[in-house]
Write a protein that binds this ligand. Structure first.
Ligand SMILES: [Zn+2]
Length: 149
């Protein structure tokens, strides 16, 4: 007996047949993982250009990891930056990581601290941890025992 029930794709909100593992619109699975990388890249690019922060972060990740597109850290930074400017906490965290490691842009602990601070204000837990490390080592920020605690 055919199962023609539908589910809603967590990434693109399309109605997808429950039997289909991969969304035919955005190429992502039920957990939102990009399975069909070429299709996912095309979808995220189109959506990111419309200004959607979540898609901008996903597009940045695909550039950073070389999924569906040749790896390009400068382009990853570009998309993280656009989403971070919109106040997206995970973009702010990722941008801080790029600054801390000098990936896709010159290394700058001060800017890493700036973006982790913004993400931490929104409760992003990894940013809080990384900030604690920066404060403890005095990288990019004035050494402050209390902030590292
Ligand atoms: Zn989808």
């Amino acid at each position: 007996m055919a199962n023609d029930s539908q589910r809603i794709c967590p990434v693109c909100d399309s109605s997808v047949n429950s039997n289909a593992e991969i969304c035919p619109v955005c190429g992502c699975d039920e957990e939102g993982g990009p399975q069909d990388e070429a299709k996912a890249f095309a979808w995220f690019q189109q959506t990111a250009e419309k200004g959607e922060a979540e898609a901008q972060v996903c597009l940045g990740l695909m550039y950073e990891n070389g999924q569906g597109v040749p790896q390009d850290e400068a382009k990853a930074v570009y998309w993280y930056q656009r989403a971070a400017d919109q106040g997206d906490a995970s973009a702010q965290f990722n941008l801080g990581v790029m600054y801390a490691h000098g990936r896709g842009l010159p290394q700058d602990y001060g800017k890493a601290a700036y973006w982790w601070e913004k993400a931490a204000e929104q409760g992003e837990p990894d940013s809080q941890f990384n900030l604690g490390f920066l404060y403890a080592t005095g990288k990019g920020v004035r050494i402050s025992e209390s902030r590292a605690a």
